[in-house]
Design a protein around this ligand. Structure first.
Ligand code: GUN
Length: 281
């Protein structure tokens, strides 16, 4: 089975659209997301445009603030402080990566945790670690929702996550653990990656290497969630997994594009609505 993330995301977006309609009828203002983009990284520009489109579709207000790459750390921190204090703003997202002269750590720490729709603030990270209610990072959240939608129960399953980033690898591992999976986090220093991946009931790949995982890494009837967004030798979008090589071996797999990507944006919209409700009761 090919997991159609685009279609599943669209269904969720339509539900969120209804939620926003209910907000329109009952509140004096709409949920609002502010996205800050610094510099002109082409991938970031595309991501930000997609976020704006997602907001428009659902009926969330959005504001994209763009600065050139000379914008200073101090200016950015001041801007975040103003948005933190702006009662009409529910979600603040600073697009990563940031230029080298700006500390990612300082910036992520500066965002009010109840407006941190990325779920990257230490307060939200700690809550996720503790299994407490928090704003959860969008890509990991989207993956768990996909598994739910295909009625896959993680209880007692072997999950192998390849990649240990704060954005994807670590949080998705915690979420799977919360669902009673046995979780392994593998990474660039892992020995015998093939052997470890081959025991996975669910393999999650987030390493950014085009078509790295072929059938030798995959157990028969595994579920494969491919987070990679890469270009292959023909400049075509592809995942970390060699889709054609593994598709007949797996129980289910997310394609690239059209798998995890659309879910990430949708979860951002959901987090923005969640932040709105948390702040407005
Ligand atoms: N850059 C790539 N992915 C992300 C993300 O999930 N959030 C932010 N803020 N920047 C990103």
């Amino acid at each position: 089975m090919i997991i159609n993330g685009k279609e599943i995301a669209l269904k969720i977006k339509d539900q969120l659209k209804n939620d926003v309609e209910t907000i329109r009828e009952n509140y004096s203002r709409m949920p609002k997301l502010v996205v800050i983009l610094i510099g002109d990284n082409p991938a970031s520009l595309t991501y930000v445009r997609n976020k704006e489109r997602g907001c428009d579709y659902i009926g969330i207000e959005s504001e994209i603030i763009k600065h050139d790459s000379s914008f200073s750390e101090r200016q950015l921190l001041e801007e975040i402080e103003i948005l933190n204090n702006d009662e009409t703003v529910d979600g603040i997202l600073v697009q990563l990566p940031l230029p080298k002269h700006i500390s990612e750590e300082k910036v992520l720490n500066a965002i009010a945790f109840d407006k941190d729709v990325d779920g990257f603030h230490p307060h939200n990270v700690a809550n996720l670690f503790l299994g407490q209610n928090s704003l959860v990072p969008c890509t990991p959240k989207g993956m768990l929702v996909l598994l739910e939608k295909i009625n896959y129960d993680l209880d007692g399953k072997e999950v192998v996550v390849v990649g240990r980033s704060n954005i994807v690898g670590k949080p998705v591992a915690l979420l799977c653990l919360q669902k009673n999976a046995t979780v392994t986090i593998a990474h660039s220093k892992t020995k015998d990656l093939k052997k470890i991946c081959s025991r996975a009931d669910v393999l999650i790949t987030a390493i950014g290497k085009p078509k790295f995982f072929n059938h030798e890494y995959i157990k028969d009837d595994a579920i494969v969630l491919d987070v990679g967004i890469n270009r292959d030798e023909n400049n075509k979008l592809c995942g970390d997994v060699d889709f054609e090589d593994v598709k007949d071996k797996v129980k289910a797999i997310t394609p690239v594009p059209g798998g995890i990507g659309p879910m990430t944006i949708t979860m951002l919209m959901q987090n923005t609505i969640e932040a709105f409700y948390k702040r407005n009761g």
